[in-house]
Ligand binder design. Structure first.
Ligand code: ADP
Ligand code: MG
Length: 353
């Protein structure tokens, strides 16, 4: 896109006088500046790496379709969806894969941007809707006021995915601001942004969602500080349980004893005896650690990840009680993990040792 065709964000320059009498140039923006096109290179920082598609292992939905094929059908209807599951189960990765698939379907030759609103960091209206902020022109050193768009405003204007991560951590104040965007109105009122109207003054900006904008949320049911999601908001999303998936993990975690240990730890967590969630990624890591650096290293890293001393002790107990050292070792050596102890297994390099 040539510079002359760039959307004009700044529409007017005025002078402002500060309390100390100093005068600055200030920029004034209009409410209806043209949006960036969904394939604008300036949105590239919001696009996921397309290689994620090669790394992602799909799960099957109950209708037999892969998760990606099924969720693409939801995208075509712009049905808001939310995925509910513990940490490190591939939710964020899946959203990135979907961004790639949507880009393909739109024929833009690149993933659509993902506008991330991360609830665990705390969200203000400024994050959602934008704010006026000071900006120093690097060429002139001159400071001026500019309008910095919010994540919702960007998603609304550009299209792409508005990704509400950990949305059960959002305060009701925030979800109620997003509500009108998430239902048939597909509109929101930008209370922070003044738009000049004919006659006498200004109004808040009313933003209509781009037809391409799609809302996707994820929720982590076990998170500290996360209450049940505000019902009015939750009802606006089609919700899917996103537990750790056995057949996905069989492909990603070659060491079957690591998978068995993962199951044991998750059962302990379901019973409340440990608190630390053990995600798919942690088990992938352990499987690699065991293969590269041996069983003790694998256990040490997993143990380090446990959030409390109690959980570490409980892990030790599970490992001892069920002879996981032997199982892990056997599985790493390619023997059936239940076949004898690691010490008994035949060492091909030193069969008489
Ligand atoms: N289905 C999957 N396919 C490939 N890798 C996965 C999958 N699920 C989880 N992972 C691994 O786990 C990591 C964390 O996944 P992530 O998407 O961040 O989980 P979540 O958002 O559910 O916390 C990924 O970077 C990847 O290494
Ligand atoms: Mg995530």
């Amino acid at each position: 896109m040539s510079p002359s065709k760039r959307p004009q964000i700044v529409t007017d320059v005025v002078e402002v006088t500060e309390a100390d009498g100093e005068r600055h140039a200030a920029f004034v923006t209009e409410g209806d500046e043209p949006a960036l096109a969904i394939d604008d290179p300036r949105l590239d920082p919001f696009r996921p790496d397309p290689d994620v598609v090669k790394l992602y292992v799909s799960r099957n939905m109950p209708n037999g379709q892969t998760d990606v094929d099924y969720l693409m059908r939801q995208w075509r209807k712009r049905r808001n969806v939310s995925l509910v599951g513990d940490t490190q189960g591939g939710k964020t990765m899946l959203v990135s894969v979907l961004a790639c698939r949507i880009g393909e379907e739109l024929g833009i030759g690149m993933p659509v941007p993902i506008f991330l609103l991360s609830a665990s960091n705390g969200i203000t209206d400024f994050d959602l809707f934008g704010q006026v902020t000071a900006w120093t022109d690097p060429d002139t050193g001159r400071e001026c006021l500019v309008w910095l768009p919010g994540i919702c405003s960007l998603a609304a204007k550009v299209g792409g995915i508005l990704y509400l991560d950990e949305m059960n951590m959002m305060l009701e104040r925030v979800t109620s601001s997003i509500n009108p965007m998430a239902d048939w109105r597909r509109t929101f009122i930008n209370r922070n942004k003044a738009v000049r109207v004919d006659g006498d003054g200004f109004m808040p900006e009313v933003v209509k969602l781009n037809p391409l904008t799609w809302l996707v949320g994820t929720m982590n049911p076990g998170y500290r500080g996360a209450g049940p999601l505000n019902q009015a908001f939750a009802n606006r999303f089609k919700t899917f349980d996103w537990k750790y998936n056995e057949s996905v993990e069989r492909k990603l975690i070659p060491n079957e004893a690591v998978r068995a240990l993962g199951d044991a730890l998750r059962q302990a967590r379901a019973l409340g005896t440990i608190k630390t969630p053990v995600g798919t990624a942690a088990l992938m890591e352990m499987s690699n650690d065991v293969a590269e650096d041996g069983v003790e290293m694998g256990i040490y890293v997993l143990r380090s990840m446990m959030e409390s001393e109690d959980d570490k002790l409980k892990l030790d107990e599970i490992i001892e009680a069920r002879s996981f050292r032997h199982l892990l070792n056997n599985a790493a050596q390619g023997a059936h993990p239940l076949a004898g102890s690691g010490e008994d297994a035949l060492n091909e390099d030193d069969p008489f040792g």
